[in-house]
Ligand binder design. Structure first.
Ligand code: NDP
Length: 247
């Protein structure tokens, strides 16, 4: 098993992306981090290199196609290839549709859906030429069920699921050797609730997360395991929930 893969991670400045970057680097992979908060990216890459790992970063807003392309180019220029691309950037500003939070709707659509598409587009330019690779998209349990306040978030995560399955079929049809993995976590202890703009909904969600969420490492380990699978097989879809989370 090749443990020294070149892995690009969007949304790598906190939560699942940060934990995944640290774990993959600890296991000998070269990680390329993208997100908007530069001080965070500096700190995380510094931590990784202090421990003897290889990590670089580029300030990246996934709603900007050219910045996502630049992240891919950096990975290729620096390390010569892109083995794995993880679309992890996401926001979850839950609200009722009747609240008409158009800015929040736009953000979710732009970051969760378009950001994932831009990542796929950038990664495929390299992976199709290499005839190998893996694209890992982060959906959610909310990509499988809908509830009040999460209609738009769920819609974006259903979209990530649909895009992942379409991508999987296209990659198989092209015999590209590009694997597609969709990870759908339940409640995970991260900063995600901070993207909720309605204070009451935020408080309620924080309470739910306090009671049920699992540590980020659970998801990072799942991602590492999906990468470790032999190249002729892929976990196409994984749901990882806290054992105590009902829905
Ligand atoms: P965090 O809030 O901790 O991390 C979100 C990451 O997305 C940050 O690194 C943030 O970086 C980045 N991000 C947000 N907007 C942009 C943007 N425009 N461009 C680039 N990066 C951006 O939450 P999580 O780690 O929980 O979230 C990671 C993914 O996991 C998301 O897709 C989320 O939907 C999904 N998920 C999370 C669950 C949970 O319970 N935590 C459950 C199911 C799915 P920055 O602000 O620096 O740009």
């Amino acid at each position: 098993m090749n443990k020294s893969k070149v892995v690009v991670i969007t949304g790598a400045s906190s939560g699942i992306g940060e934990a995944t970057a640290k774990l993959l680097a600890k296991n000998g992979n070269k990680v390329v981090l993208g997100a908007r908060r530069v001080p965070r990216l500096q700190e995380i890459t510094g931590n990784i290199t202090d421990l003897g790992g290889e990590a670089i970063y580029l300030p990246t807003d996934v709603t900007k196609d050219d910045e996502v392309e630049a992240l891919a180019k950096l990975a290729s220029d620096k390390f010569g290839r892109i083995d794995v691309w993880i679309n992890c950037a996401g926001v979850m500003p839950q609200s009722l549709l009747s609240q008409k939070k158009i800015k929040d709707w736009d953000n979710m659509i732009d970051i969760n859906i378009k950001g994932t598409l831009y990542g796929i587009g950038a990664a495929l330019s390299y992976m199709m030429k290499q005839k190998s690779g893996q694209i890992i998209n982060i959906s959610s349990v909310a990509g499988h069920i809908v509830g009040p306040m999460s209609a738009v978030y769920s819609a974006t995560k259903y979209a990530v699921r649909a895009i992942s399955e379409g991508l999987r079929q296209e990659m198989a049809q092209a015999q590209s050797n590009v694997r597609v993995t969709l990870i759908s976590p339940g409640a995970v202890n991260t900063e995600l609730v901070n993207s909720i703009t309605d204070e009451k909904i935020k408080e309620g969600t924080e309470e739910f997360y306090k009671n049920f969420s699992i540590p980020v490492d659970r998801v990072a380990e799942t991602i590492q395991q999906s990468i470790d699978l032999p190249a002729d097989a892929a976990w196409n879809e994984v749901i990882i929930r806290p054992t105590t989370q009902q829905m």
